[in-house]
Ligand binder design. Structure first.
Ligand code: ADP
Ligand code: MG
Length: 261
């Protein structure tokens, strides 16, 4: 992008719980935007580092990333990695190995100016920056929300889903008060199983108990192809574009992109 073009948008993917499809959502939306010819960067700030395994990096890619940049041992250039898609680049979380490194990383990520700097540079060069975050509302997630324009909240269609939702929505409300650029795009139901009564009941309950405009009408179905794609290291929107989960992610990306203008 040239300097006359508007800054790109930062889309944060956050949830109270782990295992709800956050990383799957982040990598598939990022790949879906890239398939729509939007220049996209996915940034992993979760020390678990799962983006590395799901985003479709090229063979033999380096593993340096954001943590190495925070420590001053890698430059931005070193950590922006190509993927199988020309319009998609990835920034991994990098080396966060033991507990000491983890604490150091969390503190730096939340408090140092580097996150803001790198997102600023990314917004100058990309149309969309998708940020995959660790579960909960720790300092890193609050810092990301303070620098984002859009946030979505994946919620797994399982019976305990609603119990953790008020907490994350309160955290987002706090972020909305201090970041007037931020918009809560919505709660995204994930791993929805048609014909499974528990999944259907949960989805219905969530739709009844949250304001209608807060829950996307697009739900992501549970699919074998989605799980297989993740295990194979490629977003399902690339590996199996006609799979129902892939189609749902493509539709959602189209919907979100309408808000990016
Ligand atoms: N739509 C889906 N269908 C089937 N499996 C899914 C789907 N979405 C996520 N999964 C699987 O659920 C697990 C947790 O997903 P993940 O995206 O890693 O969650 P999180 O990032 O919230 O911890 C992974 O094994 C992933 O492959
Ligand atoms: Mg994850």
């Amino acid at each position: 992008m040239t300097s006359e073009q508007p800054l790109g948008r930062v889309l944060a993917v956050v949830s109270q719980k782990g295992g709800v499809g956050k990383t799957t959502t982040a990598v598939n939306l990022a790949a879906a935007f890239a398939r729509k010819s939007l220049k996209t960067l996915i940034v992993d700030v979760d020390p678990q580092g799962a983006v590395r395994y799901g985003v479709g990096l090229r063979k033999g890619h380096p593993t340096v990333g954001f943590a190495d940049y925070l420590r001053g041992s890698a430059s931005l250039r070193d950590i922006i990695l190509p993927t199988q898609l020309p319009w998609l680049r990835a920034m991994l979380v990098g080396s966060v190995n033991d507990a000491d490194e983890h604490d150091d990383y969390s503190r730096r990520a939340a408090e140092s100016p580097q996150l803001a700097q790198l997102l600023r540079v990314a917004r100058e060069r990309c149309h969309v920056v998708v940020v995959d975050t660790p579960p909960g509302l720790g300092g890193i997630v609050r810092a990301v929300l303070g620098l984002s324009q859009h946030v979505i909240v994946p919620l797994q269609c399982e019976p305990l889903a609603l119990q953790t939702t008020p907490q994350i929505l309160r955290g987002i409300q706090d972020a909305l008060r201090t970041n007037d650029q931020l918009a809560l795009e919505g709660v995204l139901l994930t791993m929805y199983q048609t014909g499974n009564s528990s999944s259907e009941r949960t989805a219905q309950y969530i739709r009844q108990h949250l304001p209608q405009n807060l829950v996307f009408d697009i739900a992501i179905p549970r699919s074998v192809a989605a799980a297989d794609a993740f295990a194979a290291g490629v977003p399902v929107v690339l590996r199996n574009p006609t799979d129902p989960a892939a189609l749902a992610y493509m539709n959602l990306a189209g919907r979100l992109a309408e808000h990016f203008a």
